[in-house]
Design a protein around this ligand. Structure first.
Ligand SMILES: [Zn+2]
Length: 87
């Protein structure tokens, strides 16, 4: 089972080995291979939705793991790097 976690400007997927949500300052192994750190603004709550874009490699790995076909093939063909402007 996997869950989504926003961190460092993107919404990553991770294995649901942690029950509940992660605290600010926690790091986790994302499916894309990175180990981002959860920031204060990445703590999810009903009044504070996640607005950062989905990490494309995590999305692909998440879909592969669950056997979900990519519904938006155009996204995968876009050049990476647009998110690098953040930081
Ligand atoms: Zn990722």
């Amino acid at each position: 089972m996997y869950v989504w976690q926003q961190a460092e400007g993107q919404r990553h997927a991770r294995a649901a080995v942690h029950l509940g949500s992660l605290d600010a300052g926690a790091t986790f192994a994302a499916l894309c291979g990175s180990e981002p750190t959860v920031g204060e603004n990445d703590i999810h709550s009903p009044g504070k939705p996640w607005l950062d874009p989905t990490c494309p490699p995590c999305d692909a790995a998440f879909r592969r793991a669950l056997g979900i076909p990519d519904a938006r093939p155009d996204v995968a063909s876009r050049p990476a790097g647009l998110s690098k402007a953040r930081g």
